[in-house]
Write a protein that binds this ligand. Structure first.
Ligand code: BYC
Ligand code: FE
Ligand code: FE
Length: 467
């Protein structure tokens, strides 16, 4: 069965690795059948499968039953650099093997990255039953199989570079469970329930975007197999982000159309703008936490060692000083409720810098969402909350701060919380409008149709062939 796994890592020439993966594969498939998309394992889905790393022809589209998906293992083509280009070891050769002194850190980064992939599949497993269209249903499954491939990518690294420890970690990837009190996934956002499609679109917009930014830092890594694995993962990630951005855009479009007809969105089963804003607030702030503390000794260690770079560290355009010594990051913190400035040595502020890059990127999507509202003649706008809002990690953890980032005190926060974050009422309403629509070309009443089909197919294409 392994022979059928598309790969460019010469799997067939490495019997030991092959045996290790052969032992893991049935456990993976059992996990997929138990924790993957519920109720659709026998259906034929029109899916993209990664088959190589050549630009333009790296993927194929065809019908496949999800358990038969060919989860491949790919390294991107070599980088232009062959030596380390940031941190303390600039100029030394990139590593093909894990250096003993950084083994623990690398293992931890790979395990943390890997753990998020199956976690998201678990979080999304019941969404198929409420998909707003056949194309959305297919897109959900596309995201799911690719997240599972990302797990394969990290498990490949664990098996090929971390010996028995790596094999144990690979098994544990299949044993932790999103939201399980005794055996949860590692990062908090990946233990949150996601049982409606507004949450799914917010998650792919905001949480997959953390994936983009974390993968991009690992794509600069001195450990070359990690850099080249994550570079290839980023090719797939772009689609996940587009599902999120376009999903919210379609929600806003539908709501704007209804409002233009002078109707209350609730009266026709569309989603009020303030409710969309609350879901944006919730999932974006949960995703800000994924960057870790703004002032982080771990981040400094990773940068110094060459394990994690900055976004576009090596593109030759963004940075010309790659030690990040003798620089400071200026930020503001609350001191007894008052904002005061604080300086963090740059290497310790890598998480903060990455979060800033992420917020700039997310804001470009928000601008496109607001353009939709504007096109419909509405004056309302959506916005990202401040990076100080609703935080549980870092400098702003557990502070009574409003979405504008102002410290307002516990009582004011408690009384307005339901205006800023999804309430029980919101969740009940969202739940009530999530009805499945599986007829080709048709779409649920809370969302506008997709702009175009997948891979040149028409909107009414049969993206899923039910068995
Ligand atoms: N939850 O120095 P600190 C994706 C812990 S998403 C729980 O502030 P650091 C995807 C931390 O472990 C991308 N614990 O942070 C998206 C540490 O513990 P110790 C996933 C947290 O270490 C959608 C302490 O707090 N990839 O791919 O610099 C669908 C202090 O940590 C959290 C990665 O994350 C948290 N949120 O940064 C599918 C990349 N944050 O040492 C997939 C790999 C921190 O005190 N991971 N802690 O016991 C990393 O680079 C880093 O581990 C983090 C944290 C950026 C997550
Ligand atoms: Fe992923
Ligand atoms: Fe993703």
């Amino acid at each position: 069965m392994l022979d059928t796994i598309p790969n460019n890592v010469n799997l067939s020439d490495n019997p030991k690795l092959q045996r290790a993966l052969q032992r893991w594969q049935p456990d993976f498939l059992n996990w997929w059948k138990e924790m993957g998309p519920e109720g659709f394992q026998e259906d034929q889905i029109y899916l993209r499968t990664a088959v190589g790393v050549g630009a333009g022809n790296w993927a194929q589209f065809d019908y496949v039953k999800m358990p038969d998906y060919r989860w491949g293992i790919f390294l991107s083509n070599p980088r232009k650099q062959d030596s380390i280009y940031f941190g303390d070891n600039i100029g030394q050769n990139l590593w093909d093997q894990v250096p003993g002194e950084f083994r623990k850190e690398l293992r931890r980064l790979i395990v943390t990255q890997g753990d998020t992939e199956p976690a998201s599949v678990e979080q999304q497993r019941r969404l198929g039953k409420k998909a707003p269209s056949l194309q959305d249903l297919r897109n959900l499954f596309q995201v799911n199989v690719e997240e599972a491939r990302h797990l394969w990518a990290m498990v490949y690294l664990l098996h090929s570079h971390f010996g028995a420890d790596g094999r144990d970690e690979a098994e544990e990837m299949l044993e932790r469970r999103s939201g399980n009190a005794d055996h949860p996934r590692i990062l908090k956002a990946f233990n949150k329930p996601m049982d409606d499609w507004l949450s799914f679109f917010c998650f792919t917009m905001f949480t997959d975007r953390d994936g983009k930014y974390q993968l991009a830092t690992l794509a600069e890594s001195a450990f070359d197999p990690l850099a080249r694995s994550t570079r290839f993962m980023l090719m797939e990630e772009a689609f996940h982000l587009s599902v999120g951005e376009s999903g919210i855009s379609r929600v806003l479009q539908r709501t704007a159309e209804v409002m233009n007809e002078g109707k209350d969105p609730r009266s026709v089963g569309a989603i009020p703008l303030d409710m969309v804003q609350r879901y944006i607030n919730y999932w974006s702030s949960a995703s800000y936490d994924l960057f870790g503390g703004e002032d982080s000794s771990n981040a400094a260690t990773y940068f110094a060692a060459g394990l994690k770079g900055r976004f576009n560290e090596g593109d030759g355009k963004r940075f010309n000083e790659h030690s990040a010594l003798n620089e400071v990051y200026e930020t503001e913190v609350y001191d007894n409720g008052r904002l005061t400035s604080q300086e963090i040595p740059m290497r310790r502020a890598m998480n903060a810098c990455l979060l800033d890059d992420y917020i700039d990127d997310a804001n470009r999507s928000v601008e496109r969402w607001n353009a939709v509202l504007e096109e419909h003649g509405l004056s309302e706008r959506v916005a990202l909350p401040s990076k100080r809002f609703n935080r549980e990690v870092g400098l702003y953890a557990n502070l009574p701060v409003n979405p504008a980032g102002e410290f307002i005190g516990e009582a004011a926060y408690a009384s307005q919380r339901d205006a800023w974050l999804p309430s029980e009422d919101d969740r009940a309403y969202i739940d009530s409008v999530m009805v499945p629509v599986y007829e080709p070309g048709k779409v649920a009443g809370w969302i506008a149709p997709p702009k175009k089909g997948i891979h040149g197919q028409p909107l009414d294409f049969q993206y899923v062939l039910f068995h």
